[in-house]
Write a protein that binds this ligand. Structure first.
Ligand SMILES: [Zn+2]
Length: 451
């Protein structure tokens, strides 16, 4: 059944644990959140809650855990259509022999629209309320996101080779500028640019994209130092590392959201800090493509903003940030042989307030505080794998999964109620993506060999 999301002037969420992620890290073991319009009006222990009769809608959150919606700082939503298409390959083979050829043949506006709707459903179901995206035909992603009711920063993809939306790369910046001029911005959507990387974009393209972003006051999204071969390639072409290459070009002279940052040398850390580069840490994608492990504890020690990202569904292969938190907490312990690094509370912060800072939205989202936007999720907390509770952060990172999310609110509007998506027709979207998937024949495109 497909119900409709309804806006209420005032909503009271009461009962349940309220995990605020505010600066004093308040947790109300039985609390409430009062929402007026799109804003958190008051928050506290249940004894201080306003009487139910004074609000338009009451959400009973007993046996639940109420927390800020999770923030995915790096993905390619429409790639949900390519999940499981090519696994267990190194990045260069995966990208050049499978993903790029398949994208060239099959990506079109319908692919991006339906793929983003599908990814959006998965994100809502697993408690993500805001994400940063980069792909082709990004106006179609914006159309999908506005229907889903999610918050997002949506970057039009830019590379210096022919793409489905820009067959002649000489026009990639023109196309991107047109995208920015299409009035897609809303209270929930920030259109921006996504330069794929230093190895797929020429210096001139990167410089121009930086200027366009600065002119519009928007962040530039980019993959940075993802693999060792990227470092080698940039080094052989320009004689410097990817970080120094982008710095020399002035790419960091403006808001930059850099995904991965795996191959960063210690002497580059102060530069990233000085240029205020914000980092999307994508451990599962980095593990799956065997790219390496980003020096996240060093980033955090220096105060470099870090958030979590799932990356696209073809390299993860899911969009569940609970799973990403679990991985982010464990991978650094393993490689450093130190179980004290990346403790559970640190990791929950990366997925919430840290992500908000990376996306430049720290004043609006990432924690449950007075005056912030009401982007809130409620988990079903009365479950065998979450009983008993000694530490809420521990359960969120090591035991909970996206399937535990019951209710999702974005900007004061409930978009999932009791695990039912209210904004779009889930069944229709699954059928549409099945149809897209049936047409994709990657084996015929791969140079040599079959899948
Ligand atoms: Zn990516």
């Amino acid at each position: 059944m497909h119900m409709k999301a309804t806006g209420y002037k005032t909503i009271l969420i009461k009962g349940g644990v309220v995990l605020t992620i505010n600066p004093s890290e308040d947790i109300f073991s039985e609390g409430y959140v009062l929402i007026e319009g799109d804003i958190i009006k008051s928050i506290g222990t249940i004894t201080e809650a306003p009487p139910a009769g004074t609000v338009e809608k009451v959400i009973d959150a007993r046996d639940g855990l109420i927390m800020p919606g999770l923030i995915n700082t790096h993905t390619h939503a429409a790639m949900a259509c390519l999940r499981g298409l090519a696994d267990d390959l190194p990045l260069e083979t995966w990208l050049n022999d499978y993903i790029f050829p398949v994208e060239a043949h099959y990506v079109n506006p319908e692919f991006v629209y339906q793929g983003t709707l599908l990814a959006g459903i998965e994100m809502i179901r697993s408690g993500t309320t805001c994400f940063a995206d980069g792909y082709f035909f990004e106006a179609e992603a914006a159309r999908a996101v506005s229907q889903l009711g999610l918050r997002a920063i949506l970057g039009q993809g830019i590379v210096d080779f022919p793409t489905p939306d820009v067959p002649n790369p000489a026009f990639n910046l023109e196309n991107a500028k047109k995208y920015l001029e299409r009035s897609l911005a809303s209270s929930l959507i920030t259109p921006t640019l996504f330069c794929h990387s230093a190895y797929t974009c020429k210096p001139e393209t990167l410089k121009k994209a930086r200027t366009v972003c600065n002119d519009h006051g928007i962040p530039l999204l980019i993959h940075l130092a993802e693999t060792e071969s990227e470092v080698k390639e940039i080094m052989s072409q320009y004689g410097v590392s990817p970080v120094k290459h982008l710095h020399t070009l002035g790419v960091f002279d403006g808001e930059t959201i850099a995904a991965h940052c795996v191959w960063i040398s210690p002497d580059e850390l102060p530069l990233l800090k000085e240029k205020k580069v914000r980092i999307a840490h994508c451990p599962e994608s980095n593990m799956k493509l065997a790219s390496g492990v980003a020096p996240v504890p060093e980033f955090l020690k220096l105060g470099i903003p870090v958030g979590l990202g799932t990356d696209g569904c073809a390299s993860n292969n899911n969009l569940d940030l609970f799973s990403e938190m679990d991985t982010a907490a464990k991978i650094h312990k393993l490689v450093r042989k130190d179980p004290s690094v990346m403790d559970a509370k640190t990791v929950v912060k990366l997925a919430t307030i840290g992500g908000a800072e990376v996306l430049g939205l720290k004043d609006k989202i990432g924690s449950l505080e007075l005056g912030k936007k009401a982007d809130i999720i409620i988990l079903d907390w009365k479950q065998p794998h979450l009983t008993p509770v000694y530490n809420y952060y521990s359960h969120l990172v090591y035991s909970a999964t996206g399937h535990d999310v019951r209710t999702v609110m974005v900007d004061g509007t409930v978009i999932m109620d009791n695990q039912q998506i209210l904004t779009v027709n889930e069944k229709e979207i699954l059928t549409a993506v099945e149809t897209i998937g049936r047409k994709i024949k990657p084996a015929s495109l791969k140079k040599g060999g079959t899948l």
